[in-house]
Design a protein around this ligand. Structure first.
Ligand code: SF4
Ligand code: SF4
Length: 200
């Protein structure tokens, strides 16, 4: 069946421009997008996305909040910033993806990639506990707990394999076991985390 240009994924597009305005307020303006698709053609993860990065930007510009906030794409995005670097109009597509994840959580949308969300939470928690610096073993430990699969992995032997792999990576200098040095600005970082948590 032919898809109407006023429909996407079988759903009618609802006019509205509030999303683009909010992105503008967050210094993530998408208005200049002229759909050259350089962002999507450079993105290494389009195979796993339900909307291409250029489609996310177009739909955001058209105010299709529900479609972009429900999309898998922002959760699949690895923040590699290739799209942002390639955009001839200086649109921070990777920043938009981050903003959409935060907005989707704030507004109670279901997370399509639960483990990705848990990884993000573990990453931020590790940075917070490290006073602004990331300890890789801490991140791995936190993610292992948050993923809720520790017991399952222990029973299957997968956890042992992961620990051995981690040890091998550390032996080859690819994983730093020692915690990073504390930053002078650690109290300021703590205040930033506090302010972010208190944000409505
Ligand atoms: S590269 Fe920039 S201008 Fe081109 S489609 Fe992507 S967001 Fe739009
Ligand atoms: S930042 Fe995200 S959307 Fe952009 S190229 Fe990388 S994975 Fe793709």
């Amino acid at each position: 069946m032919e898809t109407s240009h006023t429909e996407i994924g079988g759903e009618a597009l609802k006019p509205g421009f509030a999303l683009a305005a909010r992105l503008r307020e967050a210094h993530l303006a998408v208005d200049a997008c002229y759909q050259c698709k350089k962002c999507s053609s450079g993105c290494p993860l389009t195979f796993a996305m339900d909307l291409l990065p250029d489609q996310v930007i177009r739909l955001a510009l058209l105010g299709q909040e529900d479609l972009v906030l429900r999309a898998t794409t922002p959760w699949v995005c690895s923040s590699c910033e290739t799209c942002t670097t390639r955009c001839p109009n200086g649109i921070d597509i990777a920043g938009v993806m981050d903003w959409l994840k935060e907005e989707a959580l704030r507004r109670g949308y279901a997370v399509p990639q639960e483990q990705v969300s848990r990884f993000h939470q573990s990453f931020l928690e590790a940075v917070r506990l490290g006073g602004g610096r990331l300890s890789e073993p801490l991140l791995l430990g936190l993610y292992s707990i948050k993923s809720g699969k520790t017991l399952e992995k222990l029973k299957s032997g997968e956890l042992k394999e992961e620990i051995l792999l981690g040890w091998e990576l550390a032996r080859r200098g690819r994983l730093r076991l020692r915690p990073p040095k504390r930053l002078k600005g650690a109290p300021e970082i703590a205040r930033m985390f506090q302010a972010a948590q208190e944000r409505p």
